[in-house]
Design a protein around this ligand. Structure first.
Ligand code: UTP
Length: 290
C-alpha cells in the first residue's frame, strides 16, 4: 500500500488573472463544463489512494469549504424528487473514508508559505501537493497516481514536469538533471521563473509534487524570492542539499486553467468528450466560420 495518504491543495492565491470573476468566488471553483477545478484535483487524489485532503484557503475561498461539506438539504431534495443520478454525483464529491482539513493562509505570502501552513495537518509523512488550476487529463493513470508510484519506488521527493517552449521559462520553476529512466530524472538544477537565457533546460515544474516532510524545516527559513513571494521552488532547491529530489515527466495533457486561454482550451476539449454534450457541441463548433 502506498505511503502517500495526504494531499495539500494550496488555494489561497488571489487569482488576479480572472478578476472580476474571482473577486468573491475562488478561482478553483470555476467550472470546466459542470465540475469545479478543485473537484477534478480532488478526484485525481482519490484515484491515487489519498484519503486526507488539506486545503489552504484564503478569505474569498469559503465556497471551497461549502463545496466539500455535506449538503443535507440538497441530498434529501434530490432523493425526494427521485433524481438518483444527481444524488450520486453530489454524494461522490467526497467519497466515504476521506477527510478534509481547511486552514486559512491569512496573507498570500506565496506558494511556499501556503504549503508551510499545512505542516500541522500533514505531520511527519510524505504528502502530495496539487495546484488545481493545472488541470491534467490522462486516459490511463492520473498524474498524481503516477507520481505516487514513482515515490513508492524511489522514496524521494518528486516534482511533476513538462517540456515547455523556452520563451515561457519566466512563468515556471525550471529544472535540469541527469535521466534515471525515460521519465524520471535527478534534479540537479532548479530555479524559479528564470529568463529564457538563464533557464537550465526546457523542463518546467507544473502543479504536482510529492514531498517528504523535510521540506517544512526549509520552508520555515526560506526568504522571499521571485515576485517577492516565499517560493516552494526555493525550498526544494535547499532540500536537494539534504536529500535526493527527482523530477517526473508525467503522462497526460495539462491545461493551465490559471490563464484564460488554458481555461478555454480545457472547456472545449472536455465538452467534446462529455457524454451529454459532445454531439451537440461538435455540431455547434462546425457552424462557426473560423
Ligand atoms: P498563482 O501563481 O497561480 O497565483 O499561484 P494566483 O493568485 O492563484 O493567480 P493569479 O496569478 O493572481 O491569477 C499558484 C498556486 O499557489 C496558490 C494559488 O492558489 C495557486 O493554486 N497560492 C499562491 C497560495 O495558496 N498562496 C499564496 O500565497 C500564493
Amino acid at each position: 500500500m502506498s505511503s502517500v495518504k495526504t494531499a495539500v491543495f494550496p488555494v489561497a492565491g488571489l487569482g488576479t488573472r480572472f478578476l472580476p470573476a474571482t473577486k468573491s468566488v475562488a478561482k478553483e471553483m470555476l467550472s470546466i463544463v459542470d465540475k469545479p477545478l478543485i473537484q477534478y484535483a480532488a478526484e485525481e487524489a482519490f484515484e491515487a489512494g489519498i484519503n486526507k485532503l488539506v486545503f489552504i484557503v484564503g478569505r474569498t475561498k469559503n465556497s471551497i469549504i461549502d463545496h466539500f461539506d455535506k449538503a443535507y438539504e440538497l441530498e434529501s431534495e434530490l432523493a425526494l424528487r427521485g433524481k438518483d443520478r444527481m444524488l450520486k454525483v453530489v454524494k461522490d464529491v467526497i467519497p466515504d473514508g476521506v477527510s478534509c482539513v481547511f486552514i486559512r493562509q491569512s496573507e498570500a505570502l506565496g506558494l511556499g508559505h501556503a504549503v508551510l501552513c499545512a505542516e500541522a495537518a500533514v505531520g511527519h509523512h510524505p504528502f502530495a501537493v496539487l495546484l488545481p488550476d493545472d488541470l491534467i487529463h490522462n486516459d490511463g493513470d492520473g498524474c498524481i497516481k503516477q507520481m505516487v508510484q514513482v515515490f513508492d519506488e524511489y522514496q524521494a521527493s518528486i516534482i511533476g514536469t513538462q517540456t515547455v517552449a523556452i520563451e515561457e521559462s519566466g512563468k515556471y520553476g525550471m529544472v535540469a538533471g541527469g535521466q534515471v529512466t525515460d521519465r524520471v530524472a535527478k534534479v540537479e538544477e532548479i530555479v524559479e521563473k528564470p529568463a529564457p537565457a538563464d533557464a537550465p533546460s526546457d523542463q518546467a515544474i507544473v502543479g504536482r509534487y510529492i514531498l517528504t516532510p523535510g521540506i517544512f524545516d526549509l520552508l520555515r527559513t526560506t526568504q522571499r524570492g521571485a515576485g517577492n513571494e516565499i517560493q516552494l521552488t526555493d525550498a526544494i532547491a535547499s532540500l536537494r542539499d539534504h536529500e535526493q529530489v527527482l523530477s517526473y515527466s508525467f503522462e497526460g495533457r495539462r491545461y493551465d486553467c490559471g490563464s484564460k486561454i488554458g481555461y478555454l482550451q480545457a472547456t472545449v476539449d472536455f465538452a467534446l468528450e462529455h457524454d451529454e454534450l459532445a454531439k451537440d457541441f461538435r455540431r455547434y463548433l462546425k457552424t462557426l466560420e473560423l
